[in-house]
Design a protein around this ligand. Sequence first.
Ligand SMILES: *Cc1c(COP(=O)(O)O)cnc(C)c1O
Length: 452
Amino acid sequence: MEKLKYERPVITKLNTGCLNKFGTKTTLTPVLQIDGVPIKKIIKEYGSPCFVLSEKTIRNTYKTAEHIFKNYYPKVQFAWSYKTNYLNAVCNIFHSEGSWAEVVSSFEFKKALANGVPGDKIIFNGPGKTKEALLLAVENNALIHIDHYDEMYVLVDLLKEIKSKARVAIRVNLDSGIYPMWDRFGFNYENGNAWTAINKIFSHPELELVGLHTHIGTYILTADAYKIASQKLSDLALKIKEKFNKNISYIDLGGGFASANSLKGAYLQGSDTIPHFEDYARSISEGLLNAGFESSELPTLFLETGRALIDDAGYLLGSVLANKRLTDGRKAIVANFGVNILFTSFWYNHKISPAQEFSYQTEDVVLYGPLCMNIDIIRENINLPLLNRGDNLVVHRIGAYNMTQWMQFIETRPNIVLIDTKGAIHLVREKEDVTIVTSQERVPEHLKNFDL
Ligand SMILES: *Cc1c(COP(=O)(O)O)cnc(C)c1O
């Protein structure tokens, strides 16, 4: 018989009495590979921590979503939300699947152009468009989604100056039953502001209104909110047809579909509670198909889905740095990845798996990151097997927002690798080092030398 591995003793409190209402606790399983590639191999070659993306999962998720939406509605066009994950490799996977680009800054706009997205397939959203950014968008014939009147006036002045025209939409905010309502972006539907903005656009011959846009929020758990949103935008489109005899060519319902992550404080696991693409598609198609459009004049449905298309495809691999005992008796583990690179741990209880075999003993621990900063907590409470320094962990569903919202704070950022559909590993963003970070710094001459 094989000799069992020594494990330090642990005291487990026995909870006598009933099972809790969710039944017995979910058992932990080690995660040893991603798409057939051993995790230990990735860590050996690319270090720890290291981000991993699965091309197979990205493509499968996209294909599933597109297939479902096209079953429910005849004209659907996805546009990849750059801010969700603007690694060029990731964007290009979506573009190769047929997705356009949705950007919210001139930085993202330039990234999309450099990736080879034709300007007229770039949707330009956001409240912070500068005059230079608007010029770039006009020159590339992009779809400009106007957020407020000041932007509209700057754009009209610019178009007069360069004697040009632009294809625009307005962003509409509306009450879809999701609170707090995101009314800081765009023009309000209920108080008539959106209709005023539309009338203003028709008074400017430089502007051609081609679409209507809304983005009601993110991680929306009620699919019906999209039905309300699509009804309200359809109502505006039909009114435009009636008053100006102009067909609105698309209705853009933004992003916001939930990913399977569990929100902090949520009663049940995200994977058990979130709506399926099918639920969102049904709600949206009911809203659009029943609105009263002539069938030959149905607007194209644009979707700027972000997190629901990429979260599952991302993993963060890391290592245990230390075990500690806190003064109140709780066990703590210090990992080598913190909120600096796992921004979403502020609102998600990410699923975390051990990356090696273990015995049946587990313990509840606080999982800290390595930052010398009190807020650096990955999980307030998580049940893990007994881990030692050097053991590895896998954080699941981290594809959305972490690789864009990460901070260069205390530590530099790690490697990101992509596993392609054949199982080959590609480095898609090289880790930073101190020279990368300091190369942007300038030290004034009088501060260059000192004696200590
Ligand atoms: C962030 C954003 C998206 C993507 O949102 P998700 O919730 O990640 O799907 C889409 N459209 C706009 C305008 C956004 O700001």
